[in-house]
Write a protein that binds this ligand. Structure first.
Ligand SMILES: Nc1ncnc2c1ncn2[C@@H]1O[C@H](COP(=O)(O)OP(=O)(O)O)[C@@H](O)[C@H]1O
Ligand SMILES: [Mg+2]
Length: 357
């Protein structure tokens, strides 16, 4: 899907904006702090019903205001309106009709967001990497998303029960009933994550070597307790530990991805800054390809401040790649209009500029 126009009302620091977009490349240019990243985040919100950065919806409403809205028209005659008010109400409307559940909106169109914060994928905790997997699969598989929600609920209840009964006899029948529901969900999520990681591992390296000019192939290894052993056995074996620690020690909530560089060494330890940035971009481009192939539609690509972070040669290669026919509508931000204009002119690429103040 492609955006025809976007209106923002009291969305973070953007008071009231109206944009009409180019079908291919759009660039928001302006000084630091004017709200360029916020505009991209509004597009992300329209797709996912969530901000890329703020976990709490309240922070999306302009300070001291009571509501915000984001409205978009797509070229295929679809209109989406997102509205969040200070009393915690969040509503999404498609072509004039409110969704009864926000989850029904997920997957209508996909967005891939590349931001400087993404280096956390390499340096941060495992939750960030699980989130990447979950976000991507959920976009194209509603059953995966509902399984995830159910899994979290069951895990919360199981852990709460263990905590409440610390040092007391455990109701084995109740535990069995939790486990009987956890097991099939966990197995299904595990197998979908496994095939996703395989697919991504097979595609991101070609982007990586193109961008980084690095001949070494990297490996994305899916780390999970469930690869070798059945979840029933894992749960049984960890039962005593679960009772002592009052939480569930085994399951897909412990999964991770190891990124391995040369000779299988941890990439976060041996990768240069430039290589790590190239890796992140390559990973996101592989995510783009996955979403495109699986959803059979072109995701929207959001490129936030990338020219600040990578050198001239790499940014030229990246632009050349994303402006090819393999990609669709793109939104770029930059603090320096001349820089981006020059790069796009060199490649003979047409672009609409929005000077953001
Ligand atoms: N809820 C909000 N209300 C008002 N301003 C906000 C809100 N959330 C963030 N901001 C402001 O948005 C600005 C940052 O916008 P950002 O999109 O990161 O700028 P840019 O990408 O152009 O550097 C900051 O000045 C911040 O205070
Ligand atoms: Mg920014």
């Amino acid at each position: 899907m492609k955006l025809k126009s976007l209106k923002l009302y009291q969305f973070k620091n953007r008071e009231a904006d109206v944009y009409s977009f180019h079908q291919r490349i759009n660039a928001f240019v302006g000084n630091n702090g004017v709200g360029k990243t916020n505009i991209l985040d509004a597009i992300y919100l329209l797709s996912t019903t969530k901000s890329y950065f703020n976990h709490l919806d309240q922070f999306l409403i302009q300070f001291e205001k009571t509501e915000m809205s984001v409205m978009a028209d797509f070229i295929d005659d679809i209109e989406i309106i997102a509205n969040i008010s200070v009393n915690g109400k969040k509503r999404f409307k498609k072509n004039g009709k409110y969704y009864s559940k926000l989850i029904d909106h997920i997957g209508l169109f996909q967005v891939v967001f590349i931001t400087p914060f993404d280096v956390e994928f390499v340096y941060g905790g495992s939750e960030i990497r699980r989130k990447f997997i979950d976000y991507t699969i959920s976009q194209i598989d509603k059953a995966y998303l509902t399984d995830l929600i159910e899994y979290r609920k069951l895990l919360e209840n199981r852990n709460a029960y263990l905590k409440l009964n610390k040092g007391r006899p455990i109701d084995l029948i109740l535990m069995e009933s939790y486990d009987a529901r956890l097991i099939p969900i966990c197995k299904s999520i595990h197998s979908k994550r496994q095939s996703f990681c395989k697919q991504i591992d097979a595609t991101f390296n070609s982007y990586y070597s193109y961008l980084a000019g690095d001949e070494n192939t990297l490996k994305m290894e899916y780390v999970t307790g469930l690869n070798e052993v059945d979840y029933e056995i894992l749960l049984k074996d960890s039962f005593n530990l679960d009772c002592i620690t009052c939480r569930t020690n085994e399951g897909i909530h412990k999964d991770d991805i190891n990124v391995l560089g040369e000779l299988g060494k941890p990439f976060k330890k041996i990768g240069s800054q430039g290589q790590i940035k190239s890796f992140i971009i390559a990973l996101k481009l592989a995510q783009f390809k996955f979403l495109k192939d699986e959803s059979k539609q072109m995701p929207i690509l959001l490129l936030d401040d990338i020219f600040e972070k990578i050198d001239d040669e790499r940014s030229k290669r990246l632009l050349e790649l994303v402006c090819s026919n393999d990609f669709g509508q793109i939104f770029i931000t930059d603090t320096n209009k001349e820089r981006i204009e020059e790069k796009l002119n060199q490649l003979n690429i047409d672009c609409e500029y929005f000077e953001t103040t």
